[in-house]
Design a protein around this ligand. Sequence first.
Ligand SMILES: NC(=O)c1ccc[n+]([C@@H]2O[C@H](COP(=O)([O-])OP(=O)(O)OC[C@H]3O[C@@H](n4cnc5c(N)ncnc54)[C@H](O)[C@@H]3O)[C@@H](O)[C@H]2O)c1
Length: 502
Amino acid sequence: MVYEGNTMRLEELEEEMRAIERKIDAFYVSLLPMLNRERSAHPVKVEPGMQTQLPQPEAVKPAPVLKAQMQPRLQPQAQPQKPQNGNYRVKDIGLAGQGGLKIEWAERHMPVLMRIRREFEASKPLSGVRIAACLHVTKETAVLMRTLKAGGAEVALCGSNPLSTQDDVAAALAAEDIKVFAWRGVTNDEYYWCLNRALDTRPNITMDDGADLISTVHSKRADLIPNVFGGQEETTTGVIRMRAMAADGALRYPLFAVNDTPTKHMFDNYYGTGQSTIDGIIRATNVLLAGKNFVVCGYGYCASGIAKVARGMGANVIITEVDPTKALKATMDGLRVMTIAEAARIGDIFVTATGDKNVIRAEHMAVMKDNAILANSGHFNAEISIPDLESISASKRRMRDNVDEYTTRAGKRLYLLAEGRLVNLAAAEGHPSEVMDMSFADQALCAEYLAKHAKDLEPLVYDVPEDIDLRVARLKLASMDVRIDTLTDEQKKYLSSWKEGT
Ligand SMILES: NC(=O)c1ccc[n+]([C@@H]2O[C@H](COP(=O)([O-])OP(=O)(O)OC[C@H]3O[C@@H](n4cnc5c(N)ncnc54)[C@H](O)[C@@H]3O)[C@@H](O)[C@H]2O)c1
């Protein structure tokens, strides 16, 4: 055990606690046969959301030293609070209990953000700061909202995509007195109505996934700008939009490109989009991927993650690209690369993740096979041309949730998933909590940084400070029990000098 003076380092203490947890788990596992006998003697009916209290044989009771740690597991399920005010618009506030369970599940898989929450609870770095967030309303976003609130912030949340809101999660947050304006299936007008209600709180920080808050503030709500310290952007498309604003000289407050920090895009975009996009396609269609010609448009962070997972499931992956270096990388990764015009003829499943528009157009749809499936995982529903699909089709019907069948005039059927919106969020649950743990830890620490340093910042696009990124990486490694080496003084000297050679 390492001590610094008389103070045990927090990481060491946490490591010790995890070791104790593992021992407790092992102890429970050793008692399973006895517990199972008790269970069959006293069957318990389990309702969704109900905390079941299993009969506890005397020997299972935690030793006094472990009691504080065990208590959270043994406490009854917290009931959603009654809304304190009318500051929300969600589909059904009655879904709060179910949403609360989902959030709790995410919290179990987001150790870094939970660690930051504990620090925020103690130091309240966001005391009095108003934050408007336009993010996918998922269980992971809820963990971030709770963390910002724990840091003292007043938070208002709206959805960043018409089909990505999880209604039960929105209800759970509303019941916790967080201002929420979001429900799945908003129309375009409703989308902007919700966004404007979040802006009505006169935020000091805007937190975006796609830059709709930033662009609305600058174009339609400029009166809010004097209150705004800065903004934070979660996704590639939003960063592209805000860099374009900066290049146009239109930017009026500092922005952090959270997407561009390594602990975000190297994990969230690659592993997160990779796994959850395939999850969305499978949940929507339940088709077998093995043996299918699976066309991925793009080979950036998201698309290469999707290609990797599809390949792992036995699909024949084909890549289309416009960037020669990315195309070369895909080729050397062992994938077939061709134009979309060629791929259109042979693909069974198509997924776009480019951040571009009209990547799949009428001329491609025209040569596709009967039964081809089309999905998008890029930010906007502009990558597959839906107007083109409508125009070549004679009829359309909803086959199953998140699957629309378009029958062309020639009688060919094409299947569009999730109305061309991000399939991983609309047809599944979005990224796994483990990757959002890092992305949202970056967001939380950036908000703290903005609250402290806003006065020193110009209206420019900033990278996330490196020490935030490295801290998130270290905390994540520690939560996974992974240790790494540190440079010796000799190595530091060697790596910073040019004098030593052959
Ligand atoms: N679904 C999600 O949950 C999720 C998560 C993160 C990012 N995104 C979004 O996914 C999109 C891609 O993000 P990224 O981080 O992978 O970006 P990226 O810049 O790393 O990759 C985009 C790739 O698409 C290629 N491309 C552009 N136009 C093309 C075209 N017409 N045909 C073929 N390839 C083309 C580019 O050359 C580039 O290699 C963005 O819209 C981003 O906001 C979605």
